[in-house]
Design a protein around this ligand. Structure first.
Ligand code: UDP
Length: 381
């Protein structure tokens, strides 16, 4: 069959590859002048540092099939994400662990003592936390919440943590030992030459043609047997019901001779520091050595029509609109919406690949059995 994929990021590349391997003819278009979507990496011409152009991407997963999949296309180097945060004039270790707790309270507690102590300051009157703030107050209490989460989250999401779902904070663990690995997944690493060559290798198949700087024209859809759309869901319908809200990021790049901050990611918990974090990109490739350094100050704000959408907001208002777009999408035949933008969800890379593999499998099965391919393989609601 003749397949069109809109978007040459992870979703498009992984789905395209599977279908190409099964003999389908795959055309992938992307409006940007590079593949890789927001995972795109490029070497800085002055320092030769590998830069994560759209912000840091660290690969971590528990899914052995996904880990084997990415390792088949590139060499992954060992990398552990160890994040620090500057708050109230001190540098602490994240995610909150025994070092963070002992340093913050000036104590030398052992694991069981710290657990008991944190339980005593956590708000036990909160049952099942619904909001970000309740989740934090229940599990770490007011001091640590204020120092590490409140200001950062107000900057990151532009609203009060009382308006955000608990699920956002559930991404971060609290540990009663000295493990400062930001992620608790079995597999973690960084592609040796960045993500773009990895995605290039996925796309390198005789049945795949990629056209960059090519925007989707709905009129061309009828030339294909099926379309997979990884662009913004509301954009596919020309925003006719309104715009789904996103946060966008501005990166203020600066260079430095030597080591600017000694780690890849330094968060800033204080509300009066305008950026959320500074990333120093050479530390994402610890096996390389560079004199010069490239850093990004990261600022978050509401996404305007001409900005790049990053984080879907998914509050009550957005979810209602999303539900209307989902109905519209389900009434539209011949197109399946995929990925972070196509399904309006906060997706890590491994989940994106997992879903792309499942979507390709669903398509191959529907093609074989002659059943209709749904608008969503993964329900966005
Ligand atoms: N967060 C925070 N303080 C931090 C780091 C994270 O309050 O120092 C909150 C913030 O609301 C963020 C969420 O936890 O959106 C999830 O953090 P994660 O590091 O997973 O965010 P990402 O790297 O995806 O932006």
């Amino acid at each position: 069959m003749n397949i069109l994929l809109v978007g040459a990021g992870l979703s498009g590349a992984v789905i395209g590859r599977r279908l190409a391997e099964e003999g389908h003819t795959v055309t992938i278009i992307d409006g940007r002048d590079h593949i890789g979507g927001n995972c795109h990496t490029e070497r800085d011409p002055d320092t030769n540092v590998m830069v994560h152009i759209y912000g840091p991407h660290i690969f971590h997963t528990d899914d052995a099939e996904v880990w084997n999949y990415v390792n088949a296309f590139t060499t992954f180097m060992p990398y552990k994400n160890r994040v620090k945060t500057t708050s109230e004039d001190q540098v602490f270790s994240l995610p909150i662990n025994l070092h963070t707790i002992n340093q913050y309270y000036g104590k030398t507690m052992r694991p069981a003592e710290a657990k008991e102590f944190i339980a005593s300051i956590g708000d036990s009157s909160i049952g099942e936390p619904q909001t970000f703030e309740d989740q934090a107050l229940k599990f770490v209490g007011p001091d640590l919440y204020k120092a590490f989460f409140k200001g950062y989250t107000e900057k990151q999401w532009g609203c009060s943590p009382t308006e955000l779902p608990a699920s956002i904070l559930k991404r971060l663990p609290v540990r009663f030992n000295y493990d400062d690995n930001y992620f608790f997944h079995k597999f973690q690493g960084m592609p040796e030459n960045g993500y773009t060559p990895m995605i290039e290798a996925i796309l390198d198949h005789e049945n795949i043609t990629v056209h960059l700087e090519t925007w989707f024209d709905p009129a061309t859809a009828e030339n294909y047997d099926h379309v997979f759309y990884a662009g913004p869901l509301d954009g596919y319908f020309d925003y006719r019901l309104g715009r789904l809200g996103y946060r966008t990021l501005d990166f203020k790049k600066f260079t430095y001779e030597g080591d600017y901050q000694g780690c890849a990611v330094m968060n800033y918990g204080d509300r009066d520091v305008p950026y959320t974090r500074i990333t120093e990109h050479k530390h994402f490739s610890p096996w390389e050595s560079h004199e010069g350094s490239v850093c990004y100050e990261e600022y978050s704000r509401g996404c305007e029509p001409e900005d790049i959408p990053y984080y879907p907001i998914r509050q009550v208002k957005e979810k209602a609109l999303l539900s209307d777009y989902v109905k519209l999408a389900e009434e539209t035949g011949g197109v399946t919406f995929v990925g972070r933008l196509g399904t309006y969800r906060y997706l890590d890379m491994d989940v994106t690949i997992r879903e792309a593999l499942d979507t390709a499998a669903a398509f191959l099965q529907s093609a074989e059995s002659g059943t209709k391919m749904p608008a969503f393989v993964k329900n966005p609601l």
